[in-house]
Ligand binder design. Structure first.
Ligand SMILES: [Zn+2]
Length: 466
């Protein structure tokens, strides 16, 4: 598999440090609010990457943190008259509700910053010992200019960064580019005891500490949104490589921006909204489908049209699959016909093309293209009087792909029509047998008003949710 490494700006063969295993880290949300739609893109994309590794037989350890101590959380707690812990706990639960709605599996480990304070303090102490950090008035700062190669990930020469750095007259830092590893506690803020007095960690240090603790000094993959390249990931590299004396990450993956109606998403544009709000309008799964409909590094435009298209594409998938489930039960018995056998022999070709798309830097857009080609071919192959065996084989092939993409996860919830509906369908069949067509039509109309359409097929009557 080839992945585009932000560090080298090239597609490279992905070679895990330990064969057969993948150690990946993704920067998770700061839990002070519901996640916004822009946050959903990396969460969905990297869930698919993890699923694909597992599908290819690799053992994946996936760590995604929660930033649960931060200015935004402290401010939210003040606004709501509660504690930072309560704010963080609430929005961690809300995160899981949205992630589950989006079909995103929980990471192997979801560590929290506040559960890693001793590890954070330990790294800061090492950095001070090695001369990469210095305490001042209860804070500790990273001595940025001492780290050779600062700016290498985001490709920004140090001179440019220095020119852009803000100089604050009250600054206690040696240099404007230095960043906080530890912040002295202000009155009323949460704090931990440390060698530099009471305080709390800066944001960047937690990822270095957690990646080190749960995955080791050098890891295979580190993922996140493009906006995290600088300064967050640049700072993580400076911290981890200075402390450990070895490379931090072999391959860096960053997803592209999500625009809203062709504008950058921002609070000032007023186009900033949450996954929860979008899911109320379109449902969760169309959001997932939409996020996978473009290559993860391309910019992606969120609009009413694109979400409506995602809904109807998903409908086509659900319809194809429920038709196959019906044919599994009601199709012709016996062995595959010769023509059917010939059709099934085309499956390895679809599988190969699906793998090629995924191996090409996780091109989910092309992989979805292969999936829909397969669905169209299956739909025409099962038109008429197919065997149940053909339906079974076709269904398995489609689900193999949708499982990797994490789609059709509401399938089993839709399977059952409910006892009442089943009884009405039977009553209609009985009425038709008794040639009581008026009654049969009345039941059909009643079902229709409940959103269930009855279709007569060569295999018998089939109920379809509208
Ligand atoms: Zn991070």
């Amino acid at each position: 598999m080839k992945l585009f490494n932000t560090m080298t700006r090239k597609k490279e063969d992905f070679v895990p440090i330990t064969p057969g295993e993948v150690k990946m880290y993704a920067c998770g949300p700061t839990v002070y609010n519901y996640i916004h739609v822009g946050n959903a893109r990396p969460i969905i994309v990297f869930d698919v990457l993890r699923r694909y590794f597992e599908y290819c037989g690799k053992k994946v350890t996936f760590v995604q943190n929660f930033t649960d101590v931060d200015d935004k959380i402290i401010n939210r707690a003040k606004e709501e008259g509660t504690t930072s812990e309560e704010v963080a706990e609430k929005y961690i639960q809300e995160y899981f509700t949205d992630a589950q709605g989006l079909g995103v599996r929980p990471a192997t480990i979801h560590p929290k910053a506040t559960e890693n304070i001793p590890q954070i303090i330990e790294i800061i102490e090492t950095l001070i010992e090695k001369g990469y950090a210095y305490p001042v008035q209860g804070d500790v700062y990273y001595r940025t200019l001492k780290f050779e190669g600062y700016g290498k990930l985001s490709g920004q020469p140090l001179e440019d960064l220095q020119a852009g750095a803000r100089i604050d007259v009250n600054d206690v830092k040696e240099h404007p580019l230095d960043f906080a590893l530890w912040k002295a506690a202000k009155p009323g803020e949460p704090y931990w005891e440390s060698p530099w007095g009471r305080g709390r960690p800066g944001w960047h240090i937690e990822c270095s500490a957690m990646s080190n603790r749960y995955l080791g000094k050098t890891i295979d993959l580190h993922c996140g949104g493009q906006d995290l390249q600088f300064p967050h990931h640049e700072n993580e590299i400076a911290q981890s490589e200075a402390a450990n004396g070895c490379p931090f990450v072999n391959c860096w993956l960053h997803n592209g921006f999500l625009n809203i109606d062709n504008k950058k998403m921002s609070k000032s544009e007023g186009n900033f909204f949450t996954v929860r709000e979008a899911a109320k309008v379109y449902g969760y799964e169309p959001i997932r489908f939409f996020m996978l409909s473009a290559h993860y590094r391309s910019p992606l435009n969120y609009s009413k049209e694109s979400l409506t298209q995602a809904q109807s594409a998903l409908d086509r998938l659900y319809t194809a699959v429920s038709n196959l489930e019906f044919l599994q039960k009601n199709g012709a018995q016996g062995q595959l016909t010769e023509a059917e056998q010939g059709f099934i022999e085309t499956f390895p070709d679809y599988r190969q093309r699906f793998h090629e798309a995924m191996d090409d830097d996780l091109n989910t857009a092309d992989a979805i293209g292969v999936l829909f080609e397969l669905v169209r071919a299956v739909n025409s192959a099962v038109d008429g009087t197919p065997t149940a065996a053909l339906a079974t084989a076709s269904l398995a092939m489609i689900l193999e792909f949708t499982e990797v993409l994490g789609l059709l996860y509401q399938r089993n919830q839709e399977e059952s029509l409910g006892a009442e509906v089943e009884a009405m369908i039977e009553a209609r069949q009985a009425a038709r047998k008794a040639k009581n067509f008026a009654e049969a039509d009345r039941i059909r109309d009643e079902l229709l008003s409940m959103g269930i359409e009855l279709k007569d097929t060569p295999q018998g009557v089939k109920a379809v949710r509208k």
